[in-house]
Design a binder for this molecule. Structure first.
Ligand code: ATP
Length: 863
């Protein structure tokens, strides 16, 4: 019956896992913001912060500050919960700032204390302190242990369940673990202690009002958030290496954020705590650090002896001491590389903290539910449940009043203003023991009872005075029984009354005992039954738990792998994004460069156009002049040709008088004159130069070919006579390629010649014996026939000792089949030899059609 009642009451009490849903719209407290000014370093330094009152400071911008340049000498006042002047001691700061938080912790309330300020403003000095002048953190640990010293549970009674909650172990299980640890400790002893952080016992005060019916245990974790990754500074590794694995932040069943897999050490004394803290300090980098103290408490049983073995009765409170890394202007510090990256990440996370607080404040003022970007930075992600849950949040703004820090300190003050407007739900605390109907003072009673029992067992017990107020008694001490006279009946009556009272008291006690015995018996029976049920339920639950744990482990492994993959993808994505944006920048730069080049070129073009426009106009003028000059010369030539024609006519007329072949000669002369092309060099051709070869066949051919009938007798140019190509003067015969034998009867015969196929030596030409040059070339014409050309010229010595060739004639030899195209062949048979000389081209020689020409190729000769 009792157990059912207590179960019901248990469901009513608030468990330590405070979910968001559990939070009532109850009282809220603003974040309490304090300010601590550090002393000036040099006497010559000028302070730009003045304390106006115990809660207000005045900031005056120095002329070197950016804000002075932007806003002039505008002063600003900032109000805090309290301002600590430079001469404030560490003890003063602790008493006002941290002591209430430690008190709250002991009473089961959550607390967060963080230091915020510019680099070198005294954050670490305030939080950690210095040897023999310790700060908030060591003082907190000292006071906690001083307070709960006698009320601590044995080590390993409370054990972290790795999901941000705790299990309760039996005394036997805890003892086993202690023994194992002792063994491990002997073989692996480390000493990280830093004795300077410890305080003398007399300096530490004790917190009063502690619930003595609870047993306590203290656990610490120490993490750093470096470059927006979480690292466990207490990670168990053989060396103090800095390559610690990255930890992941998770949300537990009650929506509290925690660092998954972090090392949570149970500490039993302040010295243990300093050992752990000092180990972490050695690993710490330029980063945010959080030392989290978790205090676990659970009520002792009715007998006031052991912790009640029920997880639901556990109360867990935490105090997080956060030393935020300094905000700084990176361009002022001139950091580079790693330091610049660190500073950038620090500033980014502080910025996110500010954004979160602003969003939270907005939500609270306007009763909105806008998303607060906690997840954008690890530090805000970890703090989330402080702002969304309940507890006390305090912040100490550390400021260096020197002028150089003014601009950054101003930002810090503005941040503090925002923080002071954020409200956090007030923590609610319930005494679990009282809630389940346990008497208070059980532990003390048990202690006294034990002391009494021990004392009674000792032989000298009879001499001891025992405080047995809580032990059953039959009444007060016997009255004095000394009979002074026989009439002292009243004494006997008194004694009788006393005895009767004792008898009735004994009877009452007997009855009460019988009832209690009965109750006990039935309770024991109930318990026995319950115990049986619980045992069977327990074994089935254990099975379920084991299966669930296996599932959880598998899921956790998967989750860790996925989270790692996601992290690496995120990193890759960031790299790719960075790379893409750098490429984009490069592209833009190149495009700009290209455009610039284009513009330059256009400019250049325009300049050139302008420049050459006049030249082109002048050239056009010149061309026109040349053209008109050409026209004039052509007219002159035509005139001369006409004159030549008249002379030729006159000459032919003279010959006609003297010769018998009057008609033929006249016709030939007329034809020859007529056949000169307008551009050809007019010559006077004496009759003796007209060879029989050129005239006789023509007289025959005139009947057959239309050309000959048109032209009459062909004129032979004496320069083109074969005899010229073989006149016996020294020839240089130059054939760059292998000459294909033509098998022609009209093969040129060059005597007294020197054959060369490469003209590399100047002596080949500059030779006084050689005065003629002939270049022989062969190539295919468009009909596929072989065409041989002989370029002839005179070798003329030059004044430098060399020689030059002046070409003056070309001979062309071509063969083709008589059956190829009879008609065209017939028509052109007289035109198969061509001769080129300078600008003149003569055609008109027609070879005789002999019977031997029945062969496939018709041989044509022009000379
Ligand atoms: N209130 C103070 N009284 C005496 N000395 C102080 C005080 N505050 C700071 N100092 C001294 O100033 C120096 C810098 O302080 P501290 O290291 O605490 O700065 P910080 O803000 O933590 O810097 P960082 O952000 O770089 O860690 C230390 O040498 C410290 O001793």
């Amino acid at each position: 019956m009792k157990s059912a009642k207590s179960k019901q009451r248990l469901n009513e009490i608030r468990t330590p896992a405070r979910s968001k849903q559990n939070l009532c719209q109850g009282e809220r407290d603003p974040v309490q913001v304090y300010c601590r000014l550090r002393p000036m370093q040099r006497e010559t330094d000028v302070s730009c912060i003045k304390i106006l009152s115990p809660t207000t400071v005045l900031m005056t911008p120095p002329s070197t500050a950016i804000s002075y340049r932007n806003e002039g000498a505008k002063t600003m006042t900032y109000t805090f919960k309290e301002v600590f002047p430079p001469e404030a001691t560490q003890q003063d700061v602790f008493d006002k700032l941290a002591f209430p938080l430690v008190e709250g912790l002991i009473k089961g309330k959550n607390g967060l204390l963080f230091t915020y300020g510019v680099t070198g403003s005294g954050k670490t000095f305030t939080m950690t302190g210095e040897p023999n002048n310790c700060g908030i953190l060591p003082r907190c640990l000292n006071i906690i242990f001083k307070t709960i010293n006698d009320l601590q549970a044995h080590k390993y009674i409370f054990k972290p369940d790795k999901m941000n909650m705790f299990d309760i172990q039996s005394e036997a299980e805890a003892m086993l673990e202690r023994q194992q640890e002792l063994h491990k400790f002997k073989s692996n002893r480390k000493n990280n202690s830093n004795p300077d952080l410890a305080m003398s016992d007399s300096d530490v005060t004790k917190i009063s009002g502690v619930n003595e019916d609870n047993q306590y245990a203290v656990f610490v974790t120490y993490v750093e958030i470096y470059n927006n990754s979480v690292f466990d500074l207490l990670e168990d590794s053989p060396t103090i290496n800095k390559n610690l694995p990255v930890k992941i932040i998770r949300e537990d069943a009650a929506h509290n954020m925690y660092v998954h897999g972090v090392t949570e050490i149970e500490i039993k004394s302040a010295e243990d705590a300093f050992d752990a803290f000092y180990l972490g300090l050695k690993r710490k980098r330029m980063a945010h650090t959080t030392l989290k103290i978790r205090l676990v408490q659970a009520p002792v049983d009715e007998m006031g002896e052991a912790v009640i073995q029920n997880k639901k009765f556990l109360s867990i409170s935490q105090l997080s001491l956060v030393d935020l890394a300094g905000s700084e202007r990176t361009n002022r510090t001139k950091n580079t590389g790693q330091r610049l990256r660190e500073a950038g990440n620090i500033n980014k996370s502080l910025m996110t903290l500010r954004t979160c607080l602003e969003a939270l404040r907005e939500n609270q003022i306007s009763n909105a539910n806008n998303m607060v970007p906690y997840r954008e930075s690890k530090i805000t992600h970890l703090f989330k449940n402080f702002f969304e849950g309940e507890g006390q949040v305090r912040m100490v703004v550390c400021a260096n009043p020197r002028a150089e820090d003014y601009d950054e300190t101003l930002q810090v003050m503005r941040f503090a203003e925002v923080a002071a407007e954020v409200e956090v739900a007030k923590p609610q605390v319930t005494d679990v023991g009282a809630a389940i109907g346990l008497m208070s003072g059980r532990r003390k009673a048990n202690k006294l009872f034990n002391a009494a029992r021990d004392n009674i067992l000792r032989p000298e017990a009879k001499d001891l005075e025992l405080d047995l107020g809580l032990v059953y008694s039959l009444g007060p001490d016997f009255p004095s029984l000394e009979l002074t006279s026989s009439q002292a009946n009243h004494i006997i009556k008194e004694l009788m009354a006393h005895l009767e009272m004792r008898i009735s008291r004994r009877e009452t006690l007997k009855r009460s005992k019988a009832i209690k015995d009965e109750k006990l018996r039935s309770a024991m029976l109930d318990l026995e039954k319950e115990s049986l049920e619980v045992r069977s339920e327990n074994s089935s639950l254990k099975g379920q738990l084991a299966a669930a744990e296996r599932r959880i482990r598998a899921l956790e492994e998967r989750l860790t792998a996925t989270e790692n993959a996601s992290l690496s993808h995120q990193r890759k994505l960031n790299e790719i994004t960075e790379y893409t944006s750098s490429l984009k920048r490069e592209l833009q730069e190149k495009e700009l460069l290209l455009n610039q080049n284009k513009l330059d070129k256009e400019k250049q073009k325009k300049n050139l156009e302008r420049k050459y426009h006049h030249k082109i106009a002048a050239e056009h003028e010149k061309a026109k002049e040349i053209h008109s000059e050409k026209e004039r010369l052509r007219n002159v030539i035509e005139e001369k040709e006409n004159r030549l024609r008249i002379i030729a006519h006159a000459l032919n007329g003279e010959r006609g008088d003297n010769a018998d072949t009057k008609n033929t000669g006249e016709a030939a002369a007329q034809t020859s004159v007529r056949d000169f092309t307008p551009g050809s060099t007019p010559r006077a051709l004496p009759a003796h130069l007209l060879t029989p070869f050129s005239s006789v066949p023509h007289t025959r051919e005139t009947r057959d070919t239309p050309a000959s009938s048109r032209r009459g007798v062909a004129i032979a140019n004496p320069r083109h006579k074969r005899s010229l190509s073989a006149d016996g003067k020294g020839w240089v015969e130059h054939a760059p390629n292998q000459i294909v034998p033509m098998g022609t009867v009209l093969k040129p015969n060059i005597t007294n010649s020197k054959f060369v196929n490469k003209l590399t030596n100047v002596k080949d030409i500059a030779n006084s014996k050689k005065s003629k040059y002939c270049l022989i070339s062969q190539e295919q014409d468009t009909d596929g026939e072989l065409e041989t050309k002989l370029y002839k010229g005179n070798i003329v010595p030059t004044c430098g000792g060399g020689a030059q060739v002046i070409f003056n004639d070309v001979e062309m030899l071509k063969q083709f089949s008589p059956t190829r195209d009879r008609e065209s062949s017939r028509r052109t048979s007289g035109n198969t030899c061509a001769r080129h000389s300078g600008k003149r081209r003569d055609t008109g020689c027609s070879p005789p059609q002999t019977p031997s020409n029945t062969s496939k190729k018709q041989r044509v000769d022009d000379d």
